[in-house]
Every structure is written in C-alpha cells, then in structure tokens.
Design a protein around this ligand. Structure first.
Ligand SMILES: *Cc1c(COP(=O)(O)O)cnc(C)c1O
Length: 401
C-alpha cells in the first residue's frame, strides 16, 4: 500500500481507521494452499477471532475456506456470512455443555477439549461425531501468553489421557471423527512443530474411522524487516510427506486441516491514526495519537512490535520518537522508534494491523471504536461505521435518581 493511497483513505473516512487489503488475504490463502497442494484433501479453516467483520468472513467463504470458531456468536456470524454449517468447526475452551449442544444442533463440527464434557456429551448424543483436541505438550515457540501447547496449558486433553478418551468412547458408543491440536502462536522451529504432528498422528491411528486431522495454527508472520517467519513451503513439503504416509498406513485419505488466523490476515491490515500532540520531555520526544490501547492493544498486551510509518512526511529527516496513545493509562505503541519527522496532525500508519487488533478493541475511556474499510477488487468499502455516543449508551438503562 503506498502512502498517498493510505492518505486518501484517511481523508475520506477519517481517523483512526482500520484498513484491510483483501488482495493480501487472498495471497496468503493461496500461499498456504500451494504449500499443501500435494495432499489430496486439504481444508483451511480461517480462525474468525483474528478479524471477525462479516465482510472479511465473506471473502474467506468466496475462497472456499472453512471457518474456525471459538464461540456460538462467531458461529452465527459465520452462518450469516454464508458458510455452510459443515464448513464450520467449533473449538471452544471452558464453555458450557449447553452452548456446545446448541452449536452441535446447527450441524457444525464440534471439537471437545476436556474429558468431562466429552463424557457428558457422548452419553447424551452418541450419534454426533466429535473431534478431540489433544495437548501434545510441545512448546511451539513464542511467549507463554500465546503458546498454548505446553504442560501447564488449560487447552486440550493431554496425550497421556488418550486411554481415558478411548474408555469414554467405548462406554458411550460415540464416534471420534477427527483429532486436533493447536500449539499456539509463533512457530519458529519447523522441526519442533513436526514433533508435535508426530504425536498427533500417533493419537489419530488409535481411532478407527477418523475423517480429518487438524494441525491448528501458529504460523508466524514477519512484523519487521528481516523478521523470521514460518517457512510455510518448507513446512508444507515436510508435513505433506508424513501426512501422505499416514494416510497410506491408515488406509484412508483423511483431510488435512489448518486453522490460521494471523497468517491469513495480519499483513492485510493497516491502522491509520492522527498525531494530536508532540511533547518533548527531559528524556524523549513523544508523539501522542488519537487512539490508544482501546483500539489497538497488542503492543501493550503482548509486547508485540508493529512497524510505524509517518505517511504524511515519508521523505522527512528521521528522528527518534515514542508513540503513545490518549488513554489515561500507559499505552505505548513503540518506544524510541526512528521515524521520519513527525508534526502535529500527521498521519501515522501501523503495520500488521489485521489480526487481533480491531477484534480486541474496546470502549475504554468511553471512546468510539474506529471505522473499518476493506479494499476488494480495487474498490474500497466502508465495512463498519465509526461508533457514536448512541453505541456507547446502548444497553445502559438510565435510572431516574
Ligand atoms: C486463535 C486460534 C487459532 C488461530 O491462531 P493464529 O495464531 O492466529 O493463527 C487457531 N485455532 C484455535 C483453536 C485458536 O484458538
């Protein structure tokens, strides 16, 4: 995306603004399908929680993607976006049996991640095939907030409990039609990931008639220049070999599934914010923008790096800045960043703003959430209006005192 085009969007729709280039989403989707083109049956289920605007889901539906959901609300948005229930997988954690039954009644594939619910569900609905989420206890990488496959993790059923799963299956007569793992974000080392997949193959072959193996996600994308990213083509080559071998031994062409969020949408997103104030202190120069952790919490929550560019002055002399928000709390987007000279009212562009950015936004400080715009087939569309005071007050019951 070039600066003048982004400036035009900021001018047309105002700031702060989320902007998604769907060509980048399509490119990423094609990259992952290409990596596994030598596997007979492949299904990519987009993880809706990364960016859940219904129009983005429609783009994925048009690509023949499936949908990975973690709440009944995501399932409902997916259905409204046009996904057929059989193309949706539901992978809740710590969710009630009631909600799981409600989703199952819609015809959506259920993925259960604990023995207690598995046993209850199996007794009540032995006829509904279930996928099980396994925790392989492999540390895929990243920090503990985003890595979910380790021993202390709340996610999945431990591989050591597979005998118990088999007992539940036997006792209830239920059918396990898939096995799943999701080791968390940021796969840095393909061999570690492959070790986890071997564990999953081992589990899979202990069940008679599975239809799919879901390897979850955790593909890392670059956040800065020369940043390491998961080499998806290499992973594709290595895993394809193992997967096809598994199918041969198992005697059935099961479906290989992945459920990436970040990989598919992170780089498509750009966040545009206007500089309200430049403030010199004894130790640094702050640039304060018309946004904060209410709109974009990843830098503060995960300590994640997002590249920041001054698109109003791209050729300006470079200086050092700390970019901060307007929330009455410390909300630093980037410290000591070298950026072309920033003046008040300049527009800054934050990169990798597609995944876990808008979807984690809030109304903290009673601020409006930003608008969202999508570029599709060369045309920009407003896909979410900026909020108003009415949105903030909706559902508040005013009591006369
Ligand atoms: C969040 C989540 C994903 C997506 O993870 P990314 O790191 O965004 O690719 C996939 N599967 C499950 C079960 C998830 O909870």
């Amino acid at each position: 995306m070039n600066s003048s085009e982004l400036l035009r969007l900021a001018d047309t729709y105002g700031c702060p603004l989320y902007f998604y280039d769907t060509d980048i989403i399509i490119r990423q989707y094609q990259e992952i399908t290409k990596a596994f083109s030598k596997v007979k049956n492949v299904k990519i289920n987009y993880a809706a929680k990364a960016l859940s605007n219904i129009n983005i889901l429609k783009v994925f539906n048009s690509l023949q993607s499936g949908l990975d959901t973690v709440s009944i609300q995501e399932v409902k948005i997916g259905l409204r976006a046009g996904f057929s229930p059989k193309d949706i997988i539901y992978t809740p954690n710590g969710v009630s049996l009631d909600e799981i039954e409600e989703v199952a009644a819609m015809g959506v594939q259920i993925n259960i991640d604990n023995l207690s619910i598995l046993e209850l569900f199996g007794q009540k609905h032995p006829e509904i095939p279930i996928c099980i989420r396994i925790n392989p206890h492999v540390m895929a990488g990243g920090n503990s907030k985003i890595s979910v496959g380790h021993i202390d993790s709340k996610f999945g059923i431990s591989i050591h409990q597979v005998p118990h799963i088999k007992r539940v299956v036997e006792n209830t007569g239920m059918h396990i039609n898939g096995v799943h793992m999701h080791t968390g974000s940021d796969i840095l080392d393909i061999d570690t990931f492959l070790r986890a997949t071997e564990i999953l193959f081992d589990v899979a072959k202990q069940f008679d008639n599975i239809d799919f193996i879901d390897f979850g996600s955790g593909f890392k994308v670059p956040y800065k220049q020369d940043d390491i990213a998961t080499d998806i083509q290499e992973l594709g080559k290595k895993l394809t070999k193992r997967f096809n071998k598994f199918c041969e031994n198992y005697g059935k062409d099961v479906t290989l599934m992945f459920e990436p969020g970040k990989f598919l949408v992170s780089q498509s997103g750009f966040f545009l914010a206007k500089v309200n104030v430049i403030k010199q202190t004894t130790s640094t120069v702050f640039a304060g923008i018309d946004s904060g952790l209410n709109h974009f919490i990843r830098p503060m929550f995960y300590n994640s790096y997002h590249h920041i560019e001054n698109i109003s002055n791209p050729k300006g002399r470079e200086r050092f800045y700390s970019i901060v928000g307007y929330i009455c709390e410390t909300d630093t987007f980037g410290s000591n960043r070298r950026i072309s000279e920033i003046r008040e009212e300049d527009i800054l562009c934050f990169h990798n703003a597609g995944a876990y950015c808008y979807s984690m936004s809030s109304n903290y400080n009673s601020r409006y959430r930003p608008a969202e715009v999508m570029l599709y087939n060369g045309k920009d569309y407003l896909i979410r209006k900026r909020e108003t005071l009415e949105d903030i007050l909706r559902n508040q019951e005013e009591v006369s005192l």
